[in-house]
Ligand binder design. Structure first.
Ligand SMILES: CC(C)(COP(=O)(O)OP(=O)(O)OC[C@H]1O[C@@H](n2cnc3c(N)ncnc32)[C@H](O)[C@@H]1OP(=O)(O)O)[C@@H](O)C(=O)NCCC(=O)NCCS
Length: 170
C-alpha cells in the first residue's frame, strides 16, 4: 500500500484561495480573515507562513509575523477538521519556532479564545503560558487569553517557564 507523505513548505502566491478557504472552515465568519487581510499578511516581508501538504492538498497552515525587537506573533494556526489530532498543528508550530529561532526571535505571543480547549492544550504542551485575558478580543464579545513562550536563541526550541504558571488566572 502506498503511504502519503506529509511535507512542509512555504507559502506561494497561488495558495491564497486555498488558505482563505481553510481559514473560513476553521473559524466562524467575523473571526476568519478576509481574503484581503490574509493576502496582506501573506505578502508582508515580516510574515512567516508554513503549510502542511499531502499529495498536493494543503491540510493546514500557520501564519505569524515577526518584528525588529525579536518578538513573534502567531496570527493563526489552521488544520482541516478531517485531519486533526494527527500532530499536524504541533508540527507546524515546531517548524514555525525553528524558523523564528533562525531569525533570532526570542519571545512569541498569541491570542486564543478562552473556550478553545484544543488550541489551548496544544499551546500548553508547547510551553506557552498564560499572561493575560483580553475581554471581547473576538468580535467584541468573546474573551481571549494571551499566551507567551520563549525560544532558545538560534535553535527555536522552547524553554519552559515557571512550572507553577500552568493555568489561566482569570
Ligand atoms: C487547534 C488545532 C490547530 C489543533 O490541530 P491538530 O493538528 O489537531 O493538533 P495536534 O494533533 O498537533 O494536537 C496536539 C495536542 O493538542 C491538544 N488537542 C488537539 N486537539 C484537541 C481536542 N480536540 N481536544 C483536546 N485537546 C486537543 C492535545 O493535547 C493534542 O495532543 P494529543 O493528541 O497527544 O492529545 C485545530 O484543532 C484547529 O485547526 N482548530 C481550529 C482553528 C483554531 O482554533 N486554531 C487555533 C487558533 S488560536
Amino acid at each position: 500500500m502506498r503511504r502519503s507523505i506529509l511535507t512542509i513548505r512555504s507559502y506561494r502566491s497561488n495558495d491564497l484561495e486555498e488558505l482563505h478557504a481553510i481559514d473560513c472552515i476553521c473559524f466562524p465568519a467575523g473571526i476568519a480573515f478576509s481574503r484581503a487581510q490574509l493576502r496582506s499578511y501573506l505578502t508582508s516581508p515580516a510574515s512567516i507562513c508554513r503549510l502542511a501538504v499531502e499529495e498536493e492538498r494543503i491540510l493546514g497552515f500557520v501564519l505569524a509575523e515577526v518584528d525588529q525587537r525579536s518578538m513573534g506573533h502567531v496570527l493563526t494556526l489552521d488544520v482541516l477538521p478531517e485531519v486533526r489530532k494527527r500532530g499536524i498543528g504541533t508540527l507546524l508550530m515546531n517548524v514555525l519556532h525553528k524558523e523564528m529561532g533562525r531569525r533570532k526571535i526570542k519571545t512569541v505571543f498569541l491570542e486564543v479564545a478562552v473556550d478553545n480547549i484544543a488550541a489551548r492544550r496544544l499551546y500548553e504542551r508547547l510551553h506557552y503560558r498564560y499572561v493575560g485575558r483580553i475581554p471581547g478580543y473576538y468580535r467584541g464579545v468573546q474573551d481571549a487569553y494571551c499566551m507567551v513562550c520563549f525560544l532558545s536563541p538560534g535553535t527555536g526550541s522552547q524553554f519552559p517557564m515557571d512550572p507553577s504558571n500552568t493555568g489561566p488566572s482569570g
